[in-house]
Write a protein that binds this ligand. Structure first.
Ligand code: HEM
Length: 443
């Protein structure tokens, strides 16, 4: 991949370090496998050795991993110095190796995530106004109905993989309903997004298929508006773009839908999976739920402290030479937001201090921070809470199939996600309909 900074002419090559520069030589090499077993210990060891800003080589590419709480706050709040616009990138290697697995996180797209300044305000504004029209009650109802539908497919068997059969499909199906996609689009979109996330050879074809489905939905709602997110996005974009052609406006709308599904589905699915992992594998959490001193909301919040779904985020790019955390960052360098590392920064006290306040304190970085902070934590929380409550309400005896065998984690630098959640429960229990009708506010 080549770099494509809009300010390439301002950054003379003489300011780039020669190969083998000190930052490169001292850098800590990280692969997805390093973070599989005990990421908190890994981050702590790097913070002790390097400080809050760590020079890293991620699967062969140089970046700065920002692990310190104060340093991450500074980087995420100085939007002009640390932009989200990846076209500023000047890889120190000169170019990025062919097939670099993290490349999809760096490829600029014309949407709010990669925009800065007024353009970001414009695109994010339309998105948040449209999303703001979605009533929390409707999100909850939709997520609960989807939860029941999924549970019905495995409840009679007494065992399942809750990652594949529940946590992964639930947020996508819920978001599709909020956007008003027709039921016939569900299966193809699910398959295409799974292929896209797997980054295999069929990923480019899958990306085209996702866009085709989204294009069809925008066309449908142009002809037949309804009370759904697609219609509200069309209305917001039409209202704020009087001079733009219909084609240009529809292109922006398609990008916004793509971004919302892409950003929302994976992170929410993994959040649900990580919270369920705690519920099915930790006796203290189960005991807390039964005794009533912990509830699903608290368990979800504690999960964001200890096992945040997006453990690292790519990224920010320095628009000028700057010093942060004592490190000389050069214009064009890539920075990785170490959300999980900053959440476990000892500035919050020890792990046991954190455990004391984790269920009610929200000073974590799990939603990011600054202008690009996640715009819809309430929406994500409504889906995740409905999903976990629904499961807990219907199958309270759910437990790991092999409690002696700890859950395995996917290798990966960005997401902290279990490989599978094999669980069992007594299929003879009245798990379903009677509970479903109970007026608990849960299911
Ligand atoms: C329905 C669910 C969700 C939707 C629709 C959604 C949507 C978005 C969007 C549109 C952005 C880009 C904002 C911008 O650049 O201005 C974003 C950013 C972000 N989201 Fe979410 N999100 C969802 C769930 C989550 C969850 C569950 C997490 C993790 C707990 C999360 C963490 C983040 C983070 C860390 C960023 C900031 C990235 C950065 O600073 O570069 N999101 N989200």
């Amino acid at each position: 991949m080549t770099s494509h900074s809009p300010y390439a002419t301002d950054l003379s090559d003489t300011r780039l370090p020669p190969p083998g520069c000190p930052a490169h030589q001292d850098a800590c090499h990280i692969t997805g496998d390093d973070l599989r077993h005990d990421p908190a210990a890994f981050y702590e060891a790097r913070r002790r050795a390097y400080g809050g800003v760590v020079p890293v080589v991620l699967d062969g590419v140089f970046a700065w991993l920002v692990l310190g709480y104060a340093e991450l706050k500074e980087v995420t709040q100085r939007g002009e110095t640390f932009t989200r616009d990846s076209r500023y990138w000047r890889p120190r290697e000169g170019s990025v190796p062919e097939g670099w697995p993290l490349e999809p996180h760096t490829v600029w797209r014309p949407n709010a995530v990669f925009a800065g300044g007024e353009e970001h305000t414009r695109l994010r504004g339309a998105l948040t106004r449209a999303l703001g029209k979605v009533k929390a009650q409707r999100v909850r109802r939709s997520a609960v109905e989807t939860g029941h539908r999924l549970i019905d497919t495995f409840v009679g068997a007494g065992r399942t993989d809750l990652l594949a059969r529940y946590a992964l499909p639930l947020p996508l199906l819920t978001l599709m309903r909020l956007f008003g996609f027709p039921p016939a689009a569900e299966a193809p979109l699910q398959r295409a997004i799974a292929a896209l996330l797997a980054c295999g050879d069929d990923a480019p074809a899958a990306a085209r298929q996702v866009m085709d489905i989204v294009t069809g939905q925008v066309r449908r709602r142009r002809e037949e508006p309804a009370g759904d997110l697609t219609t509200w996005l069309i209305q917001e974009h039409d209202a704020m773009s009087p001079g733009m052609s219909r084609d240009a406006v529809d292109t922006e709308i398609r990008e916004q839908i793509w971004l919302t599904i892409n950003a929302g589905h994976g992170a929410t699915a993994v959040w649900i999976a990580n919270a369920i992992e705690q519920l099915v594998s930790r006796r203290d959490v189960q005991a807390g739920m039964w005794a009533g001193w912990m509830d699903v909301q608290g368990a979800l919040r504690a999960t964001l402290w200890e096992r945040t779904p997006l453990q690292n985020v790519i990224g920010r790019w320095a628009t000028r030479d700057v010093v942060v955390g004592g490190r000389h960052i050069q214009a064009g360098d890539m920075l990785v937001l170490g959300l999980a590392g900053a959440n476990t920064d000892p500035c919050h006290g020890s792990a046991s201090d954190r455990a004391d306040f984790a269920t009610y304190n929200e000073a974590f970085f799990s939603w990011g921070n600054g202008p690009h902070q996640c715009p819809v934590p309430d929406l994500a929380q409504a889906i995740a809470r409905a999903a976990v409550e629904c499961l807990w309400d219907r199958i309270p005896d759910v437990h790991l199939t092999d409690p002696g065998r700890p859950v395995e984690w996917e290798p990966g630098i960005m997401m902290r996600c279990p490989r599978a959640l094999p669980v069992s429960f007594d299929p003879a229990q009245p798990h379903a309909a009677t509970r479903r009708r109970a007026p608990t506010g849960g299911c």
